[in-house]
Unconditional design. Structure first.
Length: 181
């Protein structure tokens, strides 16, 4: 397994929790994005589409088992999470083009809060910013959101959530948990 090394010599992984996107949903979103004829940014590969729950950042590789153990005891929604990605937005500060839901389901907010609370004793402070569910379409994006000839309307349904490692532009699943007990 490839591991990056911190200046201190300790191996680390760049980690985040997310809801995976099905292959059919990836294809549909990718096809819709092509219709935008983007003139700015770098499109995110459709294999990397996901809905971020909690970004952990650079984490000592030795902490991964403890992170997984903390999440094993998490209260889960008890049903698949469903949401509608129907808003095309730019995040000027982050320079990304994203799809967002107009409304965030309460069960999704509760899952994110539970993840934050479970990892807080380990030094991860995910409450520094408000949670904004999103799927990134393009990075290094500048300007306003393009006009879409067809408005976005992607119904996502997730039966599990995943801990991913970001490595060399690809996202690798490390562990997965069902949303039902």
């Amino acid at each position: 397994m490839v591991q990056d090394i911190r200046p201190s010599g300790a191996p680390f992984k760049r980690l985040f929790f997310a809801l995976p996107v099905s292959d059919a949903q990836r294809r549909a979103i990718s096809q819709w994005r092509r219709g935008l004829t983007l003139r700015s940014g770098k499109p995110v590969p459709s294999d990397n589409f996901h809905l971020t729950l909690l970004f952990l950042g650079d984490v000592d590789a030795a902490q991964v088992p403890a992170i997984c153990a903390a999440v094993d005891n998490l209260a889960r929604p008890g049903a698949p999470l469903r949401l509608l990605l129907d808003q095309l937005k730019t995040w000027q500060r982050a320079k990304v083009l994203v799809l967002e839901p107009e409304e965030t389901p309460a069960a999704l907010r509760q899952l994110v809060y539970a993840l934050q609370q479970a990892l807080l004793p380990m030094g991860f402070d995910g409450q520094a910013r408000d949670y904004r569910p999103h799927l990134t379409l393009s990075r290094d994006f500048r300007g306003q959101a393009p006009e879409a000839t067809v408005m976005p309307e992607f119904h996502l349904s997730a039966r599990n959530f995943t801990l991913y490692e970001s490595r060399k532009g690809r996202y690798w699943p490390l562990a997965q948990w069902p949303l039902t007990d």
